[in-house]
Design a protein around this ligand. Structure first.
Ligand SMILES: [Zn+2]
Ligand SMILES: [Zn+2]
Ligand SMILES: [Zn+2]
Length: 368
């Protein structure tokens, strides 16, 4: 399993102290402290307010400035959204017990936690511990989104931005929605009164801004409605932006998403594999391991390895409609070759055709 995200954002912090919930992660501010003797800690740098700060930045980058956001704004959207997610999940985890934010809780000591001097767990690990140990009812789909966010972040740091503005915007909106609900339901109840009030104060503005972003996404989808209506039978959910706007109609340039403009140029095979894995959660390896059919197979029409047998289209949903991402054919009479070779055939149930591929027929005839 190599799905852990390096917890630190090199641009933001070098040590674990800043992003790791510790009870007194407050830098010494000697002069101010002396003037204001309060039993209340200085709140500026608590993990929760640190996470909220990242969120403020995410909203700024998404909503202020050019539309859609430019490359720099998108970069900080991804980086800070990832950081916010990590910090806020861990803040909740530390409410459960501080040892749980250690990479290895067995090695946890109170001293190390106080100093912020330890290797902390990854974001996905924090998510899993919140589900498995704190028993929060978190949706596994959110885990997928957080994982993708982490992957985008890593890709961004190593190869620059690969996703386009619309995809990032709509995906960020989903993660923001998750975080806002998470903060409200799971984080605030465990905070001290003063901090809960502080966080609550930012929430209204967050909700309003999120609504603005969601409205933009909706408007964009509405503008595409007429165009999409004509291709409903070959339109599926886009693995990049998660909108129902990926059209696989056999067009020459390859499957394309009308919403985020992602194009799988001349690569219906990888579009099909991408879709099966990211949207349907099916991959070839585990399908075969579980004794099932591979999610993507050879198309009886065009021969390309781009037939997704369990695709769900705008028209067919919630039912499946086997769709070839290469030629755009929707199959109604798919059967497995009775020769047991694994080939998928398109044969009408008229009782006359032999339910076998030509190869298997040949072998059978050769025997007699
Ligand atoms: Zn898309
Ligand atoms: Zn085909
Ligand atoms: Zn066969």
């Amino acid at each position: 399993m190599n799905d852990q995200i390096e917890p630190q954002d090199p641009e933001e912090s070098k040590s674990g102290a800043e992003q790791t919930p510790t009870p007194t992660a407050v830098p010494p501010q000697g002069k101010k402290k002396a003037e204001r003797p309060s039993q209340r800690p200085d709140v500026s740098y608590t993990p929760v307010s640190n996470g909220m700060d990242y969120l403020v930045s995410v909203f700024q980058h998404l909503t202020e400035g050019e539309k859609p956001p430019g490359a720099r704004a998108l970069k900080y959207t991804v980086l800070h959204l990832q950081a916010a997610t990590e910090v806020l999940l861990k803040a909740r985890l530390s409410q459960e017990h501080f040892s749980l934010i250690f990479a290895d809780p067995a090695q946890a000591t109170y001293d190390a936690w106080q100093k912020g001097d330890f290797k902390s767990c990854g974001t996905l690990e924090a998510f899993d511990r919140l589900r498995g140990i704190a028993r929060l009812p978190l949706d596994v789909n959110e885990r997928k989104r957080i994982k993708e966010l982490g992957e985008s972040r890593n890709a961004l740091q190593h190869y620059g931005l690969t996703h386009n503005a619309y995809a990032i915007e709509s995906r960020a909106a989903r993660v923001l929605e998750f975080l806002i609900t998470f903060i409200h339901q799971h984080l605030i109840p465990g905070l001290d009164n003063w901090e809960a009030t502080r966080v609550e104060n930012s929430m209204d503005s967050f909700r309003l801004q999120l609504k603005g972003i969601e409205t933009l996404v909706k408007q964009r989808m509405n503008n595409l409605r007429t165009e999409l209506a004509t291709v409903a039978d070959v339109t599926v959910k886009c693995p990049d932006c998660e909108m129902w706007a990926m059209v696989a109609d056999g067009r020459e340039e390859g499957p394309a998403c009308l919403f985020c403009h992602q194009v799988w140029a001349d690569e219906p095979q990888s579009a099909a594999a991408n879709y099966a894995w990211i949207v349907l959660g099916l991959d070839r390896h585990s399908a075969i391991h579980d004794g099932g059919d591979p999610p993507v197979t050879a198309c009886p029409d065009c021969g390309r390895w781009a037939l997704v047998t369990e695709a769900v289209t705008v028209k067919s949903q919630p039912d499946i409609a086997p769709l070839c991402f290469g030629c755009g054919t929707v199959f109604e009479n798919l059967i497995d070759c009775e020769g047991g070779c694994g080939t998928v055939l398109d044969i009408a149930p008229d009782g006359e055709s032999i339910p076998m591929c030509s190869h298997c027929i040949e072998i059978r005839y050769a025997r007699f």
